[in-house]
Write a protein that binds this ligand. Structure first.
Ligand SMILES: CC(C)(COP(=O)(O)OP(=O)(O)OC[C@H]1O[C@@H](n2cnc3c(N)ncnc32)[C@H](O)[C@@H]1OP(=O)(O)O)[C@@H](O)C(=O)NCCC(=O)NCCS
Length: 273
């Protein structure tokens, strides 16, 4: 799945290899009994896949084999006749196939806006006295998982287990050098930012980011992002992207990334029949 994403990736693509890494490591393992993934191959090359979760479809189709998109949608309709499909508005080969299959965009649905930053001119990260910025180490799985759960604790109790985090930290292209935390004076991980580096395209995906409620609005999420972005640049990348909610139902993530210098681009659209 990641090979197809990387081989066909452009700035018009919805998914980055890091999206697949995070989603497969965290969610696909947990929902393996209901999620269905189907591949289409030409010779020994994967040219399309569809991932039904089960009534929401993510799909990647090589634009050189655009006609296969109709087959992916036909298969999904059998699995989930009332299901919805997410694409980035710039994925024109998928939009064409969706419209031909009788789908239309649901303009009331929440959506995500791709944001991008050039790594050539990053500010220097600053944390309050007593706090430390550093990357994680491979043996800090439990602490790293606790930091993620704490950050999401006031939104919906996060079900991320230590085993899920172990899976994240062992999937390609995870690198501890791009998984940054702010350590509080008591040793807790107060904030975190994980970047997935696509070395072929020189672009990192920031996913996820969090700061525990007790430590918010002190600039920690901003600092941990900036530190991870500096590490990404040192690793040879030129750009980073992040995909926060673009609608006004959840504006804080977008505000954070824009405060760092990320600028908005294309948005996702949800298609229904
Ligand atoms: C979003 C989140 C990471 C922000 O963490 P934080 O450490 O409080 O953020 P910072 O203090 O670095 O904020 C930097 C800037 O981001 C913006 N921002 C942060 N939180 C905001 C909020 N709740 N509302 C509006 N703007 C906000 C502001 O511009 C802020 O600068 P300011 O404080 O000078 O106004 C944190 O609230 C969180 O973990 N939320 C739950 C998880 C989440 O949504 N993660 C992001 C999506 S993956």
């Amino acid at each position: 799945m990641q090979e197809l994403v990387q081989r066909t990736w452009t700035s018009a693509s919805r998914l980055h290899i890091g999206d697949v890494a995070w989603e497969r490591a965290v969610n696909a393992r947990r929902h393996g009994d209901t999620w269905r993934t189907t591949f289409w191959e030409d010779g020994d090359q994967v040219v399309a896949w569809g991932w039904a979760e089960p009534d929401h479809l993510s799909l990647v189709v090589d634009p050189a084999h655009a006609g296969v998109a109709a087959d992916v949608l036909e298969r999904f309709q059998k699995l989930a006749p009332d299901g919805a499909v997410s694409v980035l508005e710039t994925e024109t080969h998928l939009v064409t196939a969706l419209e031909a299959a009788g789908y239309h965009s649901d303009d009331e649905a929440p959506f995500f806006t791709h944001h991008r930053i050039s790594l050539s001119d990053l500010r220097t990260p600053v944390v309050p006295d007593g706090f430390t910025l550093r990357h994680t180490h491979p043996d800090e799985i439990a602490k790293r998982a606790a930091a993620h759960r704490a950050a999401w604790s006031d939104i919906a109790p996060s079900q991320l287990s230590d085993e899920d985090m172990a899976a994240v930290m062992s999937v390609w292209p995870y690198q501890p050098e791009l998984d940054w935390v702010v350590e509080a004076p008591n040793g807790e991980f107060a904030a975190s930012a994980l970047i997935w580096h696509d070395k072929v395209h020189g672009i990192g995906l920031v996913e996820p980011v969090g700061c525990a409620p007790a430590y918010r609005r002190q600039g920690l999420a901003q600092a941990v992002n900036l530190a991870a972005l500096h590490a990404l640049r040192d690793a040879g990348a030129t750009h980073a992207m992040v995909c926060p909610r673009g609608d006004d139902g959840y504006p804080q993530a977008r505000a954070l990334y824009q405060s760092i210098g990320f600028r908005p681009g294309a948005r996702t659209k949800l298609y229904v029949r």
